[in-house]
Design a protein around this ligand. Structure first.
Ligand code: RB5
Length: 195
């Protein structure tokens, strides 16, 4: 064997060894984490995203609906569709229930600050609603928290920033691995038990 071929063989063996060892040593390659990784794409084109807002989020909701459709998602609009004052908890709950009963795969929740509607959605153990303000928080909400609802404050951020957030949120994959243990803990009840 000439030196080029033996060098190539040595490099291949090292590479194989490194990849195999990584599978054994890295918890992100355990069966549990593999399950988490397979869930890493939140919504694929054609799947449904529930969207709802209170009166403060009406204009932003209609802009974001267009963006979601352009991205290839089906949109389930749960209101509100009139400018009269309504209660944001009703709309946070509507988004959460659509996800819990399988009508939608993920959600967008909008109120004036994004705070009230995210609190309402997060009353459900299956929901991880992230109040997002910019590209950085939109990306990390997916990568680290596996958030399945993005909450936005229509009076807190501009429309273009909100559009950026939506695009990044739905394009970013959950990283799984070390985050999976923490994300699981988010769904425990106040006694630390599974619901
Ligand atoms: C409505 O005025 C406002 O309180 C609501 O949109 C939201 O900001 C609540 O968190």
């Amino acid at each position: 064997m000439d030196s080029t071929a033996s060098g190539w063989l040595a490099r291949s063996v090292c590479m194989w060894y490194a990849l195999t060892w990584r599978r054994v040593a890295d918890p992100s390659h355990s069966p549990v984490a593999q399950y988490a990784m397979s869930d890493s794409t939140l919504v694929t084109p054609g799947e449904k995203i529930a969207i709802a807002c209170d009166h403060a989020g009406l204009d932003l909701k209609s802009a974001l609906k267009d963006d979601l459709c352009e991205m290839g998602f089906a949109v389930l609009d749960l209101g509100v569709n009139l400018p009269e004052s309504v209660d944001y908890p009703d709309f946070g709950r509507a988004v959460a229930e659509a996800i819990c009963n399988g009508e939608a795969r993920a959600g967008v929740a909008i109120c004036g600050t994004g705070i009230g509607i995210s609190i309402a959605a997060n009353r459900y153990p299956e929901i991880r609603a992230a109040l997002v303000h910019d590209a950085f928080t939109a990306r990390l909400a997916r990568e680290h928290n596996n958030a399945n609802v993005i909450a936005l404050g229509a009076r807190a951020i501009g429309i273009e920033v909100a559009r950026d957030c939506i695009r990044i949120f739905f394009e970013t994959l959950y990283l799984g691995g070390r985050h999976q243990r923490r994300v699981r803990k988010l769904s425990l009840d106040s006694n630390g038990q599974e619901f």
